[in-house]
Structures are given as C-alpha cells and as structure tokens.
Design a protein around this ligand. Structure first.
Ligand SMILES: *Cc1c(COP(=O)(O)O)cnc(C)c1O
Length: 369
C-alpha cells in the first residue's frame, strides 16, 4: 500500500498491521498443504482444485469458478471477457483496479476506466446512469461496472445489498456487465449476515481472495456462469495463470474457507477497539470503522512539496508517524501524506491490537510529529 520503497524494517515489526496479507500459514493449514491430493490443474485433474472451485461456486451461488494465482488476475481476466479494446469500465475513483493494479486495465485489457466520485467508495444507480456514455462513434463504449466489496481505500466500507441491486439493475438496463471485486467479500458477509450468494446474485462475475483476511498464502477464485468461466479459462492460459499441481496451494484456500471465515468477526471487533483507543489521541482523526480496517490522519507539517519526486519522502507526517511506530515494533501502512491504515487479521491478538493502539496514542502525545 505504501508508495515506492519497500517497507524497510518489516521484519522488525512485532505487531504487523500493514495489511491482512501479512498472515503466515499456521500448523493446521500447513498440514492441509502437506496432505493435499494433486493432479494436473490444466486438464482439470487436480482433485483439490476441483473441490475448491465447487465449494466457492456453492458459497457464491455461481454455476462455475476458476482458481487463479491472484485477485489482480481475476480482475484482468474479467475485463478481457466483458470488454473489447477501447471499451470503458466504470468504477469508484478509489477502486483498487484503478489505483493499485499498475495500469493493468489499459495495459492488459485495453480498457478505459471511468470514475465515479462515490460516497466512501459506494456510488448510486443515478451516479452510474450519469457515467454511462451516449452511443456514438466519438465515445468509448460503456461495457462494465465494477463494485468493490468491501471498498478498501475508503475504509473497508460495505456496499449495502439494496444499493448493489439498484446499481446492477441500471447497469443491465444499459447492457453493461456487472463485476464484483470481492477481495474482502467475506468481511461484508460476516459483518452483515447477508450470505455471499446474496451479495453476488446480481453479478456476471465475482471473485474472492484467499490471501487477505482468510489467511492463505496464495490464490483467488473467480466465479460466474458456465459460459463466462469457459471464456475466462482461455485467458487464464493467455495470462500465464494456468498452473499444474496447484492443489498444493488450493488446499490452503480450502482450509481457509473451512476455518477462517466466521473468525473475521474477531478482526472487526479488534479494529473497533483500536479506533476507540486512538480516538483520544491529540492531532489524530480516526475515520469510522466498518470492517477490519482503521484509517487515520495525523497532523504535523506537510513537507511533501519539498519531497523527492518519486513520492517516497520519509518526511511526510504519515511516514514520520509510521517510522516512530515501527521503532516500537508496530507496523502501519502509509496511504497518503497524512493518512495511515491499520488492518487487523488472524495473526494479531486482541491484546496486541490494543497494545499497538496504545503505542500510537503515545506517539501522538509525544509531539514526534
Ligand atoms: C488485494 C486487492 C486486490 C488484488 O488482489 P491480489 O490477490 O493482491 O492480486 C484487488 N482488489 C482489492 C480491493 C484488494 O484489496
């Protein structure tokens, strides 16, 4: 999430709240990996991958699913299936696919991204309607709408099921495909009690990431109709995402689905507790907590204008704050000149999260920034 340089002393972090991607497989997951039955995935002969895609299809109420190495590849393949060169996909301005995927939509799918200024990552059917281009030779063709559940950069915000239905109804009326970036769909499921299949019902494609809050080391699964997945298989090969004895990693994903979904509620509770403690900190504004993320902004002098052109200045207030925390063994991610993010996950206990919040509170009080 931080720009530029890799986070320098990641190894030093005792309490790592950089992202929910930092988890390491525990004993049970490692046993599942060691005992996985495997075969050639490319010929659909890997029994563990086959079980995984069946299970994910069931959970998301889809006809079929495809196992892929990453969420980013799920997004790119979906754009390839839904769009042609020069077409446009519409999403919120904060969307991961627009901000954090290295320009992939343009580079790998030839797709223009049109943005909507939503409310914390969530936009309305009316806003979508306004973003859809008129038909004509001057315009890109609006072909696809993308919803991020939960919306990451705006705070782990949950798209309400009613808003999803309205947005997707409008999309369909205008011939657009509906795609869900569900990297953290299960955080929304656990928080609201709405089943994954309900959230996904209006979509032509939806995917989940096993390497975020679910705690697996690798992998994502893309779901859709049988026709959609048949097309997606072609692009899985084209993108180099067709694997072989990938049951080794699919076993970890299956384990994650069986063991790590309901416990996401603990992460949400820990995030709320973190925010509660930090709320008293002088000079810090804590954003509302929706799921497992806490975003906060810090005061202090912003010297970004004098910073290095690659935007990696160590002198922005957020970077100074993050470094001070790291000195005490706590790692946050820096997401703006003043904005930081703390993410809770299965490798931090409630006690550690409280400790991290207290350290942040101390830093705020100690005029380091
Ligand atoms: C992490 C993330 C992705 C990309 O997933 P990878 O598995 O890291 O490629 C896409 N969208 C959102 C919202 C994410 O948080």
């Amino acid at each position: 999430m931080a720009t530029g340089k890799p986070p320098s002393s990641a190894a030093a972090a005792r309490i790592d709240l950089y992202s929910d991607t930092v988890t390491r497989p525990g004993q049970g997951m490692r046993r599942a990996i060691a005992e996985a039955e495997v075969g050639d995935e490319q010929h659909r002969l890997d029994p563990t991958v086959n079980r995984l895609v069946e299970r994910v299809s069931e959970l998301l109420g889809a006809e079929d699913a495809l196992f892929l190495p990453s969420g980013t590849m799920c997004n790119m393949i979906s754009l390839r299936v839904h769009c042609s060169l020069g077409d446009e996909a519409i999403t919120d301005r904060s969307a991961h696919i627009r901000v954090n995927e290295s320009g992939g939509p343009a580079a790998l799918a030839g797709v223009n991204i049109a943005t909507i200024d939503g409310d914390k990552g969530v936009f309305t059917a009316h806003q979508l309607r306004e973003a859809i281009r008129p038909i004509g030779n001057h315009f890109p063709r609006s072909r696809c709408v993308i919803i991020e559940q939960t919306a990451n950069l705006t705070g782990g915000v949950i798209w309400p099921i009613e808003t999803i239905r309205e947005v997707c109804d409008t999309a369909k009326k205008f011939g657009l495909s509906c795609h869900m970036d569900g990297a953290r769909l299960f955080n929304a499921v656990v928080e609201t009690g709405v089943p994954g299949s309900e959230f996904c019902r209006s979509f032509d494609s939806a995917w989940i990431d096993f390497s975020k809050g679910l705690g697996a080391p690798v992998g994502a699964a893309l779901t859709g109709s049988a026709d959609f997945i048949r097309e997606a298989w072609r692009f899985k090969h084209q993108f180099g995402g067709a694997m072989r004895q990938s049951g080794i990693v699919a076993a970890a994903a299956l384990y994650a689905i069986e063991h790590n979904i309901t416990r996401l509620a603990d992460d949400h509770r820990n995030a709320r507790r973190f925010a509660e403690i930090l709320r008293d900190a002088p000079g810090i504004t804590v954003e509302p907590v929706h799921t497992n993320m806490v975003f906060f902004t810090v005061g202090g002098r912003n010297v970004l204008d004098q910073a290095e052109p690659d935007n990696t200045s160590t002198f922005t207030p957020a970077r100074v704050f993050a470094d001070a925390a790291l000195n005490q063994g706590v790692r946050f991610s820096v997401v703006g000149p003043r904005r930081l993010r703390a993410v809770t996950h299965l490798d931090v206990t409630s006690h550690q999260v409280e400790e991290a919040a207290k350290i942040a509170l101390q830093i705020a009080k100690s005029s380091v920034i």
